[in-house]
Write a protein that binds this ligand. Structure first.
Ligand code: SAM
Length: 459
């Protein structure tokens, strides 16, 4: 597959572009595999047994990222399904530098990830934000919202609200967010090495269309950022029209200051500046171990302070008598419980007002943690509770070995007996995989059907 000449020509003159090296790295077909560990679900050792034949090397611009010497079959690693790590491209983990270098993370923050599916940046943000912070993770394309929701649930945090809105819907959340991340839809040239087929779709016209759309998305979201708030803009495109030109557009059209970041020389990240003086950071695959990526940060210099939150309607709290029953499943008593029909959600108490306000203003797909269904004074626990960090350590656990864990994730019948009956968590290497219900004569596997492994493990 040949990189389109108009793309190669259009990159001439951009800092860091070296045409022969750029062409060579694409022709080599060399692939990079990287993962980001979940600090909320720490592995007792890494690489863990499943990856013990692989070498891992730390990605230098993130605390949690690692390169792997080969790509294992993640599907057959139970700890992947337990949410212990996320498979993510290395350059894009530089988001961490954009956040940690510009932000006091000890403060409670309201953060919007505007273009969030499938959830790479959102799960990374969750690992950086304090427990009292709030992340709104949004995806406009309907068919991509569910994968986002599943990944958010698997990561296990409960201070996230998943929404399905057009960027323009956020304009009414005036001055609300401390940080907005726009990981914009783009022409995708930065991923050509990984997906050479995408070269066929590429055109200069599409670059121009993407550039206009990126401006529209930023203009739509801008009112929702408060005065002094941080905008992080990124793409996986090499084209200036989607990178430096957008950074210049932000500086010229919105009231924004550029934010320079510190990059270590040995990272080989290239600092660029647009005509407006806006700083940006380019990732060239021939200079570092990662795909093509661009990121720039801005500070908003107008707008107001965070608004007073007034909600027309409130969610329905659970009946007081049910609270002790729910509380038994949880590790702390700092939750607000609400009920929709039989489904019970737990929200962080301190974010109740925010969650209600968001429910009043956005199309909310998921919020906090679903605990389960209340049926005849009993809770039928939900998979989200098994994955979450708020689950009580006293809930009964049944350890599975590797083969049993894979069979469980394939939703097969479990053969081995359990010491006691009723709802139990099945765990692998101490990490919850999901629920079983042990009845007197059989064990029911409650792993969600839509998440099950469909393949058989190759011998
Ligand atoms: N941030 C994600 C991650 O790290 O996993 C990747 C996001 S991807 C680069 C861009 C996202 O923007 C896609 O999920 C796409 O569906 C969404 N998108 C497409 N058109 C959009 C639009 N007009 N406004 C906002 N988002 C859009």
């Amino acid at each position: 597959m040949q990189i389109p000449d108009p793309l190669l020509d259009s990159l001439e003159g951009i800092k860091g572009y070296n045409r022969p090296a750029f062409e060579e790295i694409h022709a080599s077909g060399r692939q990079i595999t990287s993962i980001r560990l979940n600090p909320a679900k720490p592995l007792t050792q890494f690489p863990h047994a499943y990856m013990s034949s692989l070498r891992s090397t730390a990605i230098p611009w993130t605390r949690y990222g690692h390169y792997l010497s080969e790509r294992p079959s993640f599907t057959f690693d139970p700890l992947f399904h337990a949410g212990c790590y996320y498979v993510q491209e290395a350059s894009s983990m530089f988001l961490e530098q954009a956040i940690v270098q510009t932000t006091d993370l000890a403060r409670p923050l309201r953060v919007l990830d505007l273009c969030a599916a499938p959830g790479g940046k959102s799960t990374h943000l969750q690992s950086l934000l304090s427990k009292s912070s709030l992340l709104v993770s949004n995806e406009v394309i309907r068919t991509r919202v569910n994968i986002l929701k599943d990944n958010i649930i698997k990561w296990g945090s409960s201070n996230v609200v998943v929404t399905h809105n057009d960027p323009r819907d956020f304009a009414k959340l005036e001055d609300y967010f401390d940080i907005i991340v726009v990981d914009a839809p783009c022409s995708g040239s930065g991923l050509f090495r990984r997906e050479p087929e995408a070269m066929e779709e590429w055109s200069l016209d599409n670059v121009a269309l993407c550039s206009q759309r990126q401006q529209r998305i930023l203009a739509d979201a801008w009112p929702a950022l408060k005065n002094g708030g941080l905008l992080v803009y990124s793409t996986c495109s090499y084209s200036k029209e989607e990178d430096e030109a957008i950074a210049d557009w932000v500086m010229n059209s919105l009231s924004a200051d550029t934010q320079q970041l510190k990059v270590e020389q040995e990272w080989n990240v290239v600092e660029v500046q647009g005509d407006s003086g806006a700083y940006g950071y380019r990732f060239w695959p021939d200079k570092l171990a990662g795909e093509g990526f661009f990121i720039a940060c801005f500070r908003k210099t107008d707008g107001g302070d965070a608004p007073t939150l007034k909600s027309k309607s409130r969610s329905t709290p659970v009946n007081k008598k049910d609270i002790p029953l729910l509380q038994k499943w949880l590790s702390s008593d700092d939750r607000y419980f609400l009920q929709r029909e039989q489904t019970v959600y737990a929200w962080p108490q301190e974010l109740e007002q925010d969650y209600n306000w968001l429910l009043n203003n956005l199309r909310v797909i998921y919020s906090g943690t679903i605990l389960g269904e209340l049926m005849r004074d009993k809770l039928v626990p939900d998979h989200a509770l098994a994955m979450s960090g708020i689950l009580s350590g006293t809930v009964e656990r049944t350890p599975l070995n590797y083969d049993e864990a894979v069979a469980y994730l394939q939703r097969k019948d479990l053969k081995q007996g359990t010491a006691s009956k009723g709802w139990q968590l099945v765990v692998f290497d101490e990490h919850p995989l999901g629920w079983i219900n042990a009845l007197p004569n059989r064990i029911n596997n409650y792993y969600p059907k839509e998440l099950r492994i469909l393949k058989e493990k190759p011998e």
